[in-house]
Design a protein around this ligand. Structure first.
Ligand SMILES: [Zn+2]
Length: 85
């Protein structure tokens, strides 16, 4: 029984360490697309802080560090699970 507990603890630690490495890098929010290694411009996707619609960073409206799809949603502000902030 003790061996099973030790084995489960080791597996949990390995699982947690593997999960920590899978965290993606934070999305870039600059509007100018950066060229990739082939020299082509790369578009980054942004998600509207109000409705969640995905759009390119160049098409989004930035306000207070948040991307928005339209002026109406920029004025409405970010949506939270508990309503407006
Ligand atoms: Zn929106």
């Amino acid at each position: 029984m003790k061996l099973l507990l030790v084995l489960l603890t080791v597996l949990a630690v390995v699982w947690l360490l593997r999960g920590a490495r899978r965290v993606p890098p934070p999305a870039r929010r600059d509007s100018a697309p950066a060229p990739d290694s082939s020299g082509r411009a790369v578009q980054t996707l942004a998600r509207c802080a109000h409705c969640g619609m995905h759009l390119t960073s160049a098409d989004s409206e930035q306000h207070a560090g948040q991307p928005y799809c339209s002026p109406a949603h920029r004025q409405a502000g970010p949506r939270t699970p508990f309503g407006r902030v």
